[in-house]
Design a binder for this molecule. Sequence first.
Ligand code: 5GP
Length: 129
Amino acid sequence: MSQVIYSFNFIDMATIFTKIIQKEIPAGRGLVYEDDQIMAFYDIHPIAPVHILIIPKKEIASINDLEDADQALIGKMVLVARNIARDLNISEKGYKLLFRVGEYGGQEVSHIHLHLIGGARLHEDIRPV
Ligand code: 5GP
């Protein structure tokens, strides 16, 4: 019975990022980071010289769906972003970290992802449409 429920949820939750996690499709320009919990790879449509997505392997649709038990996981995603920024020498000049949430936030892929955007001076415009 639990197997059936798991399968249903799996199909329901699956996104393009699930296929990347499972290595069914390549992660664009290649993996930047991977461990047992987290992957990071270049965004397929970069909006800046550095545009990397940091995702958990656990299927969580959005920030709205985080559980308290995910605290360490979400914190680790931020630390991975910090380390990548440092490795790519963009830490000193600065960058943006962005979670989009839901329709108004502009979230397109329903698997939590942290955008690491940098390598150039960035627009400040985050005002409503
Ligand atoms: P969102 O708008 O949901 O915050 O961001 C989703 C991001 O995923 C977009 O920036 C989009 O370019 C990126 N993306 C969508 N599909 C793929 C893919 O198959 N591979 C990679 N590397 N990035 C993707």
